[in-house]
Design a protein around this ligand. Structure first.
Ligand code: NDP
Length: 353
């Protein structure tokens, strides 16, 4: 386990099959998908360093990054970077119910859109916990697959927006049970057995009952992994990184964010897809540094553009004497390369981008 209790590779490594990632008609295991992304990235020259970054300093350039156990006031930063992409994700909250660990991914999921279409849920009674927009959205999505969907709301009202709440309450296949919580998940005892029942409790009357339930979907919120950057870049009231709409730009120039750490709405592998790269001060070695696989084609393109512009702005004006020694550009494998006399740094486009 690395940062935020997540394995190297991020949230997808803790899921089983991913059924909604384009290009895999039979689905693909989360771990396998991440391993493939890692291999593909390395094939194009990325150096992947598997370690936890525990402290950053974005107040000066180059940005500084310290690793876990080596982040004391006297420690030099392990890495410096001209540009950083934050793609640390968010963790779906769990409830720690009795039976949760046993039936996690064997009936229990924190993502209906990712898992709802798998055969074990077809025409079966399904439950959603939560009263927000995610719960409403997930319940209506699940209604396409389950025989019925029951939403358990701990209070006497929904937190979801008015429109979503109205649509949820009017849905013919959805029942909303207010003042109700789940207290235990029950199911098959055999190894890899599936959940079959749920114990629920009315918090007003105290009444408990066991109901048929073949699927349980948590929609009780996420915790974005932003403790690392708190106080250094702008976060919203829920702790998500604020990016300029339609971009990965954060409040600090040169720091980009992508994936679930700045997206509380879509949270899908495909909307987050790409890779995390942290770009080093050596702009000649663009595919240089760290973090784990996961997110951010947009951020990668914007970070690359940022580095390229920085590179060209940093270049000294060429004198007439130097001009005569500069070699003409030449194209190698479709890539324009400038033959350097050693005095000028060379920008090499990442072929993955
Ligand atoms: P929210 O924080 O809005 O809602 C979480 C829900 O889970 C609340 O109803 C909360 O109950 C309930 N909850 C929390 N802990 C427990 C618990 N221990 N037991 C039972 N219930 C619990 O999270 P969402 O993921 O729904 O939404 C996050 C943000 O994303 C919101 O701003 C939302 O508007 C947005 N969003 C927008 C969408 C859209 O526009 N289509 C879709 C999805 C999300 P309580 O109300 O009692 O606190």
């Amino acid at each position: 386990m690395l940062a935020n209790g997540t394995a190297a590779g991020g949230q997808l490594t803790t899921t089983t099959d991913i059924e909604n990632f384009p290009g895999f008609p039979d689905g693909i295991g989360g771990g396998e998908l991440m391993e493939n992304m890692r291999k593909q990235s390395i094939r194009f020259g990325t150096e992947v360093i598997t370690e936890t970054i525990s402290k950053v300093d974005f107040s000066q350039r180059p940005f500084k990054l310290w690793t876990e156990w080596n982040d004391g006031p006297d420690n030099e930063p392990a890495h410096t970077a001209d540009a950083v992409i934050i793609a640390t994700g968010a963790n779906a909250r769990r409830l720690d119910l009795p039976g949760e660990e046993k039936y996690w991914q064997n009936g229990i999921s924190a993502c209906a859109v990712c898992d709802g279409a798998v055969p074990i849920f077809r025409n079966k009674p399904l439950f959603v916990i939560g009263g927000g927009d995610s719960a409403a959205e997930e319940a209506m999505f699940l209604a396409k697959y389950g025989s019925s969907v029951t939403v358990l709301v701990r209070k006497d009202k929904l937190r979801a927006s008015k429109t979503m709440a109205q649509r949820l309450l009017a849905h013919p296949k959805v029942t909303v049970r207010f003042n109700t919580v789940a207290t235990e998940v029950l199911g098959e005892e055999k190894p890899m057995g599936l959940m079959t029942h749920l114990r629920v409790k009315n918090v007003v009357s105290g009444e408990e009952e066991v109901v048929d339930a073949n699927g349980l979907f948590y929609a009780v919120g996420h915790d974005p992994a932003t403790a690392l950057v708190k106080g250094q870049i702008n976060l919203d009231e829920d702790g998500y990184i604020v990016t300029q709409p339609g971009t990965s730009y954060t409040s600090v120039e040169g720091v980009f964010a992508c994936g679930d750490v700045q997206d509380k709405r879509y949270r899908q592998a495909i909307t987050s897809a790409g890779m995390f790269l942290t770009f080093s001060t050596q702009v000649t070695d663009l595919a240089d540094l760290l973090l784990s696989p996961g997110s951010g084609c947009i951020a990668a393109l914007e970070a690359e553009k940022y580095i390229a512009e920085k590179e060209s702005n940093d270049e000294e004006p060429v004198t007439s004497v130097e001009k005569s020694t500069v070699q003409p550009t030449q194209e190698v494998n479709g890539e324009v390369k400038k033959e350097s006399d050693g005095a000028t740094t060379e920008y090499k486009s990442n072929p993955l981008l």
